[in-house]
Design a protein around this ligand. Structure first.
Ligand SMILES: Nc1ncnc2c1ncn2[C@@H]1O[C@H](COP(=O)(O)OP(=O)(O)O)[C@@H](O)[C@H]1O
Ligand SMILES: O=P(O)(O)OC[C@H]1O[C@](O)(COP(=O)(O)O)[C@@H](O)[C@@H]1O
Ligand SMILES: [Mg+2]
Length: 541
């Protein structure tokens, strides 16, 4: 083979790849003479586009004195066998991997997760870790808790691990008991849904949480939760740093709705889609077996229709997928009723999937806003019941027999244990979290980007807000192609605003600690704090 180029593929071999250059946005190929056009070899081009600064998480050495200890993995046989166990200090993962030669852009990059040679904590004598799960349930919470404990105990010989009960309020509520965790206790919990620690909404009191952390001497704080939880986590991180307290604050993003920005997907999402598919299958059977049968399946997703979209694509049995991002009307020649009428005429039955946030504006107009939950999230009217009643009334008016069956598996979907791929995902996230904390990083969360686990400054997650389905994306177009549904609105749907220009994303600063200006960009929902009465908190506890 000609040196460096596979004659069939035109791909440069690894040894000829250029060294990455730091500090510049470089775009070049290693040997232009071997490439037939200036930009392409036969089937590939090699372009490295980098920002000047990868987004480095904060390190506790930035505000307090820390020691330096060798990783116990140095004596681990796996390390000597593989010789490549540790992550290099400069290994990063590029975020923007789709390149368009006409519009060369800079890519953001994050530091790669994994074990590091040097630790900021003496793992055996110094670490006092705690774990908390917040927000709604999601398949895999127990798998993350389990792997955090196992990694802390079995890889790093840490013995002090505590479980905080029922979310943030568990740090300071006197009637909730903090438990000790060890590998024996967590051995089989990944086979169960939910969280052995319990979870809750509301109750974030930064000062009381930080007072409790300091009083109990916790110095590694593992926080598993969604977008709201991470907004809380950044406040804890900021406050502990202000108090010059040595602690690694680490987030593990959880969202069954898959609405956290940047990461490929959240743990639990695959399981949720798999479960949703089962309900769609049942809806299809019900619909097919009745005269003018309609199977209506309500799925989770208050702001983002990801579960509905992926379950629709995976099942391929759906005739109409309604998501919060796409407006729809009921009446008129473009409306849902008309589409149902036509579908029943031609196909004799149909399946409709609706995400819980779809049609929220229509329902709010009719029924008013239901209020807010303890975390400040808007409570939604039940779109399943609303649609069912609207469709039944309409077809009665038309004197047309229909048989509509509503299937609402929302809580079933999130309370099951993680499936195999999510279990693996959870384990790798938890290991990444512990390795990062042991090295001394703080104010970061772990996530999958382009199939690699990375360390993401939490502020990056917070300032980007929630991810929603991009109605201009190829994925949403695939949904339309599968269901064949028309646009159900006479109005054009407003496309979501495009991402901010990449240049502004890399301007966060070296340790990514949020400036006042950046924090002001973080969306703050109104937090409705729970009221404690007679030592008991109202709500779900
Ligand atoms: N802006 C915020 N600041 C501080 N804490 C918050 C904020 N938003 C939510 N939280 C806290 O995070 C926890 C979980 O939030 P929630 O929105 O219910 O779930 P999720 O984290 O899954 O989005 C709650 O205890 C809530 O009080
Ligand atoms: O009944 P709850 O606990 O408010 O949960 C319902 C909500 O939980 C979710 O599954 C996930 O919400 P979070 O990610 O904010 O926890 C939403 O889709 C749903 O609206
Ligand atoms: Mg949320």
């Amino acid at each position: 083979m000609e040196s460096g180029v596979d004659p069939d593929e035109g791909v440069q071999s690894k040894q000829d790849l250029p060294k990455l250059v730091r500090g510049a946005n470089v775009s070049y190929s290693p040997d232009e003479s071997k490439i037939s056009s200036p930009r392409f070899s036969r089937f590939s081009k090699i372009i490295f586009s980098r920002p000047s600064q990868p987004l480095l998480p904060a390190h506790i050495a930035d505000w307090t004195h820390v020691g330096s200890f060798p990783s116990p993995l140095l004596n681990n046989p796996a390390q000597s066998n593989l010789g490549m166990y540790f992550v290099g200090p400069n290994e990063t993962i590029l975020v923007d991997v789709i390149s368009d030669s006409e519009n060369t852009t800079m890519s953001r990059e994050f530091f790669r997760a994994g074990p590091r040679r040097e630790l900021a904590f003496h793992p055996q004598n110094q670490v006092n870790a705690c774990i908390v799960t917040c927000g709604g349930l999601c398949p895999g919470l127990n798998s993350v808790v389990r792997e955090l404990v196992i990694t802390l105990e079995q890889i790093y010989n840490t013995r002090n691990i505590s479980g905080i009960p029922f979310g943030y309020r568990g740090f300071y509520s006197t009637h909730l008991e903090i438990t000790r965790l060890d590998s024996h206790k967590v051995q089989n919990i990944h086979h169960e849904g939910g969280s052995i620690l319990g979870s809750s909404r509301g109750g974030h009191d930064t000062q009381r949480i930080c007072d409790a952390i300091i009083a109990m001497g916790f110095n590694q704080i593992y926080i598993i939760g969604g977008d709201g939880t991470h907004r809380g986590a950044i406040k804890i991180f900021e406050e502990l740093k202000r108090r010059e307290y040595m602690a690694a604050v680490v987030g593990v993003p959880k969202t069954i709705d898959n609405d956290i920005a940047l990461i490929d997907k959240s743990f639990g999402f695959d399981t949720a889609v798999e479960e949703a598919q089962r309900s769609i299958k049942c809806a299809k059977i019900e619909a097919k077996s009745a005269i003018n049968g309609i199977g209506l399946v309500k799925l989770m997703g208050r702001h983002s229709g990801q579960i509905a979209m992926f379950a629709t694509l995976a099942s391929r049995d759906v005739d109409c997928c309604l998501i919060p991002e796409v407006k729809f009307e009921l009446d008129g020649k473009h409306g849902l009723f008309q589409y149902i009428e036509e579908k029943l005429k031609t196909k004799k039955h149909m399946v409709i999937v609706v995400a819980e946030g779809a049609g929220a504006d229509n329902m709010d107009r009719e029924m008013g806003v239901k209020g807010y939950d303890q975390s400040g999230n808007k409570k939604l009217n039940d779109v399943g019941l609303w649609l069912k009643s609207k469709i039944c009334i309409e077809f009665k008016k038309r004197n047309r027999e229909i048989n509509l069956k509503l299937i609402d598996p929302t809580y079933e979907i999130r309370s099951v244990p993680a499936n195999a791929s999510d279990n693996l995902h959870c384990s790798l996230l938890a290991q990444s979290a512990v390795h990062g904390a042991m090295h001394g990083f703080s104010g970061f969360c772990v996530g999958l980007i382009n199939t690699h686990f990375v360390l993401i400054p939490i502020v990056e997650i917070c300032r980007r807000g929630r991810t929603t389905v991009d109605v201009r994306s190829r994925m949403w177009h695939r949904v339309i192609a599968t269901t064949q549904q028309p646009s159900l609105s006479a109005q054009r749907n407003n496309p979501p605003p495009s991402s901010p220009p990449i240049k502004t994303l890399v301007a966060v600063g070296e340790n990514c600690f949020p400036t006042e200006k950046e924090l002001s960009l973080v969306q703050e929902p109104t937090v409705v704090e729970p009221v404690e009465e007679n030592g008991k908190t109202n709500g779900t506890l």
